[in-house]
Structure formats: structure tokens, C-alpha cells
Design a protein around this ligand. Structure first.
Ligand SMILES: *[C@@H]1O[C@H](CO)[C@@H](O)[C@H](O)[C@H]1NC(C)=O
Ligand SMILES: *[C@@H]1O[C@H](CO)[C@@H](O)[C@H](O)[C@H]1NC(C)=O
Ligand SMILES: *[C@@H]1O[C@H](CO)[C@@H](O)[C@H](O)[C@H]1NC(C)=O
Ligand SMILES: *[C@@H]1O[C@H](CO)[C@@H](O)[C@H](O)[C@H]1NC(C)=O
Length: 474
């Protein structure tokens, strides 16, 4: 109102009713716009949010899902113990309760099952390779396996030690990582869960009752959403071993054993990025798995195996044809390749390059063409980790000379090789997870893939500053 005592008094305040409507509407729009900018999309509180986001062109995000996802970036930093080579910490807030169990309760088996470790029923039959290595593994770690008693178990509450991985084989699928894994875990100073791939960062933390990847990667998705606590529980056996194995050093106990994991999709697969609260309303991810791994374990050592992306793609196609029981042929592979290349190029018209590299809707399990865009994935990891925390290996070199590669790997992990305490089991003849069945791809398919990957291959070797990684085609 305009009274004498009001300082800001307009000459005329008798505006029309329409004027007031306009001012009110504009004010509401401005408030909504600001909330949206700040990631506070108020309409998502209402049941019609999905309809609304689809009308407004936003991404339809299941708000329940988002609430249930842990914001790993918001977790406080762990205080790693100086007398442990492996990143381990003690927490006082130790009652992890139900979180430590997968929803099917199978974690219980971790402690005293006759096989001694949780084994997932993948539903696709036993993998010969894993079977074989488990056998070797138990011979090597007899002492540990036999020694374990009920008293050895961690109590369900009270302070306890936790360990995170010292090393991570972060990429790439179908590049020989399984073979490498089964060799390096023979080292007496390395202790691991026999399930090579917990798939926490790329997959299991997003699982929400219905498979998010179609067809599902494995039946293990039935385990429900993994939280950070579930991931820590995956390392329980290793943690116990690391805790119990120590030597005196300068009058103090020093724990020199290490653990690690080999989820090879951690680097290339960020397909659920848009579900993360910290990536809300973006066109491409601000945070990828790299940021989350870095936040939890800043000094982790990252091993990456790289192979000619054309060969990698075919190998993946053949692998999944066995896993998911589809018959394949050179013609089918050609068809799915044409389809994948077209969809990727089409995606680039509407999305950024990174947006497409991490967009699951444009590829199927039969042709994961995006996985071979190594330069894009690695660049995301170079953004957060210093270069000396990576070891890049070339599959083609590894196959030719396993021993030389192993020397490099153990040097990188700061482990003696060959270890004095164990005979050399590392050079066993069998190749693990080697593809026996193959097919000759059509020349047209090869040409198409070579043209597709060529520019990314050029970026790869420049990014790595290493000509060895320059895959060229005629
Ligand atoms: C795998 O395990 C089964 C039973 O546990 C055994 O009969 C078979 O010989 C094993 N295979 C290899 C290659 O060790
Ligand atoms: C694959 O092919 C074989 C023989 O050609 C046939 O018996 C089988 O049913 C096929 N499987 C699928 C999943 O199509
Ligand atoms: C591949 O695509 C062609 C053309 O669309 C089609 O005729 C053929 O049946 C497809 N082959 C396979 C194995 O899917
Ligand atoms: C993936 O690509 C499709 C097609 O271009 C697009 O509609 C969708 O929004 C993209 N998804 C994400 C998460 O960016």
C-alpha cells in the first residue's frame, strides 16, 4: 500500500487485475527455473512427475531409485592405516547390520561354507576357468582356509578392520584380464575373493529389483542393490587374512599383504550415470566411476588391458552368444554391427560424444561397440587419477610373452617376483577364459569396424603417449 510512511511509493498502484496475474505467473516461473537449475525439481515430489518430465523433455528419473542410491561422493574420506600396505581402516561405527548381507542372505556362507567363499550361481553353468583357478587358489591358501574358525569371524557389531582394493583391473572386457587375474592371484602376498568381478561401481549399486541391463549380465543381479557396505563385505576374507599376516618392522607390526578386484566394466560402463543424484539433469556425466573409485581409494593402482577394438568386439559377441544362448554367424555379426554403428552415429546428432559413449540404449549385449572407445573412457580416468597410478598392458603383447608382462605387473604392484616363498605357479600352461569357438568376420564387417574405430585409435595412442597402442588398419 502506498502510505506516507512507505519509502518506495509508486505514483500509481492501481494496476489492472491482468497485470497482477502476469507478475504472479512470472514470479512462479522464475522460482521454478531457479529450483530446476539447482537440481531441486519440485514437481518430482508429485506422482505425475514422470508425465511432467516427459512433457518438459527432461529425463524421467525414478525418484525412489535416486533416493535409494548412495551418494558415494558424499562419504567421508577413510583414514587408512600407515602400517598396512593395503588401504585398510578401522571404523567405530561398525554395526553394518543388514547391509552386510545380500538380500538373499547368502553372505552368511562367506564365513563357513565348505567351499569357504560365497559362490554365486550364475545360472549359466560353471566356467571351466574359474573352476580350475579355484582349485589352484585353495592349494595355495591352504593355511588360511584350514585355520579359519568361528572365533576368527568378525563380530556383527563393534569396531573392526575394513580393507578396500589396493589394485583394480578396471578394463577392458575380452582383453585377457581373466587370464591375467588368475595368474597374479597365485602370488602369496595377494589375497582375493575368488569372484573376480564384484561389479559394484558399474552395475550392482544400481540394481533395483528389476534387471537394469537387458538381458541381465547374470543372475547375480538378484542380489539386490549393493551399498558401499556390501562392497566392503566382499573384501571380508581378504581383510582377515591381511590383518592376521604381519611381520615386525622397526618394532611395529607391518601388514604387507594386498587385495584387489577385477571388475573390467568399471572403466567402460557408466550407463546408469544419469540416475546418480550428483549427475542430475545433465547431458553427459559430470561424475563417472573414476570419481567414485578415487573418492574411496585415492591411491589405488589401476591395471588396464587393451586389445584391438575390432577383435575385442567380435570376442565379446561370441562370449555373449554362449552366455545368452543365441546362435550366431558372420551374417548376424554383420547385421548387429551395422545396426550399432548407425545407432551410435545417430546418437551423436542429438547427444555429446561422452553422452553416447555412456548411453546404454544405443547398443545391445550382442554388440557393445561403445566399449572399444578406449580413448574416451581412459580420458575420464586421467581427469581424476595421476598417470603413475595406471599400468596399461597390450593384450597382443601379453599373449606373446606372459612372463614379461607379469614382471611388469608385479613391479607395478610392488611385489617381489618370482616370490621366494612360492614356486612359480604363474606360468601355468592353460589359458583361462580363452575362446575356442570363433568365426571369420565378413570383409565388409571388418572394414566398417576399422573405419569406425580408426579415429578413436588415433586418439588412444596420443592420449597414452605410447606408439605401441596405435592400432592401425590398411
Ligand atoms: C571342476 O570341478 C569339478 C567338481 O568340483 C571337477 O569334477 C572338475 O574336474 C573340475 N574341473 C577342472 C578343470 O578342474
Ligand atoms: C541354434 O542352432 C541349432 C542348430 O542349428 C538349433 O538346434 C538350436 O535350437 C538353435 N538355438 C537357438 C537358441 O536358436
Ligand atoms: C541380416 O539382415 C538382412 C537384411 O536386413 C536380412 O535379410 C538377414 O536375414 C539378416 N540376417 C541375420 C542372420 O539376421
Ligand atoms: C540416449 O540416447 C537416446 C537417443 O539419442 C536419448 O533419447 C537418451 O536421452 C539418451 N540417454 C541418456 C541417458 O543420455
Amino acid at each position: 500500500m502506498c502510505t506516507r510512511r512507505t519509502r518506495f511509493c509508486f505514483r500509481s498502484f492501481r494496476y489492472s487485475r491482468r497485470f497482477y496475474y502476469r507478475v504472479t505467473t512470472t514470479a512462479i516461473l522464475v522460482v521454478v527455473f531457479i529450483l530446476r537449475l539447482r537440481g531441486l525439481w519440485i514437481f518430482s515430489m508429485f506422482p505425475f512427475s514422470k508425465l511432467l518430465t516427459s512433457i518438459t523433455g527432461g529425463r524421467s528419473i525414478d525418484s525412489d531409485m535416486r533416493k535409494s542410491l548412495q551418494n558415494l561422493m558424499a562419504k567421508p574420506k577413510f583414514d587408512f592405516l600407515p602400517n598396512y600396505k593395503n588401504p585398510c581402516f578401522i571404523t567405530k561405527e561398525a554395526n553394518l547390520g543388514e547391509n552386510t548381507k545380500a538380500t538373499d542372505g547368502k553372505w552368511k556362507l562367506l564365513h563357513h561354507d565348505s567351499i569357504h567363499m560365497k559362490r554365486y550361481d550364475t545360472g549359466f553353468g560353471q566356467n571351466q576357468g574359474i573352476n580350475l583357478s579355484r582349485h589352484i587358489y585353495f592349494e595355495e591358501h591352504q593355511v588360511w582356509a584350514g585355520r579359519e574358525t568361528q572365533q576368527d569371524r568378525y563380530p556383527d557389531s563393534g569396531p573392526r578392520l575394513y580393507c578396500l582394493p589396493y589394485f583394480l583391473i578396471a578394463g577392458f572386457p575380452k582383453c585377457g584380464t581373466t587370464d591375467l587375474w588368475h595368474r597374479i592371484i597365485q602370488h602369496p602376498d595377494i589375497v582375493v575373493h575368488p569372484e573376480k568381478e564384484p561389479m559394484f561401481f558399474d552395475n550392482r549399486r544400481f540394481y533395483n529389483g528389476t534387471p537394469t541391463i537387458s538381458p541381465p549380465v547374470s543372475q547375480t543381479e538378484k542380489d539386490g542393490t549393493w551399498t558401499l557396505e556390501t562392497y566392503l563385505e566382499y573384501f571380508t576374507q581378504a581383510t582377515k587374512y591381511i590383518e592376521h599376516q604381519f611381520e615386525a618392522r622397526n618394532g611395529e607390526s607391518y601388514h604387507g599383504r594386498i587385495t584387489g578386484e577385477g571388475s573390467v566394466n568399471t572403466m567402460p560402463i557408466n550407463d546408469e550415470w544419469f540416475q546418480l543424484p550428483e549427475n542430475a539433469n545433465l547431458r553427459e556425466p559430470k561424475y563417472t566411476n573414476a570419481d567414485h573409485v578415487h573418492h574411496l581409494v585415492p591411491h589405488i593402482k589401476i591395471i588396464v588391458m587393451i586389445r584391438d577394438p575390432v577383435e575385442r568386439l567380435l570376442s565379446g559377441h561370441l562370449y555373449f552368444s554362449e552366455q545368452f544362448n543365441y546362435n550366431t554367424s558372420a551374417e548376424l555379426f554383420h547385421n548387429v554391427t551395422v545396426d550399432a554403428v548407425n545407432k551410435f552415429k545417430d546418437c551423436l546428432k542429438y547427444n555429446t560424444e561422452r553422452g553416447c559413449a555412456y548411453n546404454k540404449s544405443i547398443t545391445t549385449i550382442k554388440n557393445r561397440i561403445r566399449v572399444g572407445l578406449y580413448a574416451i573412457h581412459i580420458a575420464d580416468w586421467f581427469r581424476v587419477f595421476p598417470r603413475d597410478q595406471f599400468l596399461f598392458l597390450k593384450t597382443e603383447d601379453y599373449v606373446k610373452d606372459v612372463r614379461t608382462t607379469l614382471v611388469t605387473v608385479f613391479d607395478f604392484l610392488q611385489l617381489e617376483f618370482p616370490p621366494l616363498r612360492a614356486p612359480s605357479r604363474f606360468l601355468f600352461k592353460e589359458k583361462i577364459n580363452e575362446r575356442k569357438r570363433t568365426l571369420e568376420m565378413l570383409p565388409a564387417t571388418r572394414k566398417l569396424l576399422q573405419d569406425f574405430y580408426r579415429p578413436y585409435n588415433d586418439r588412444l595412442w596420443k592420449l597414452l603417449g605410447d606408439k605401441r597402442f596405435h592400432y592401425t588398419y590398411p
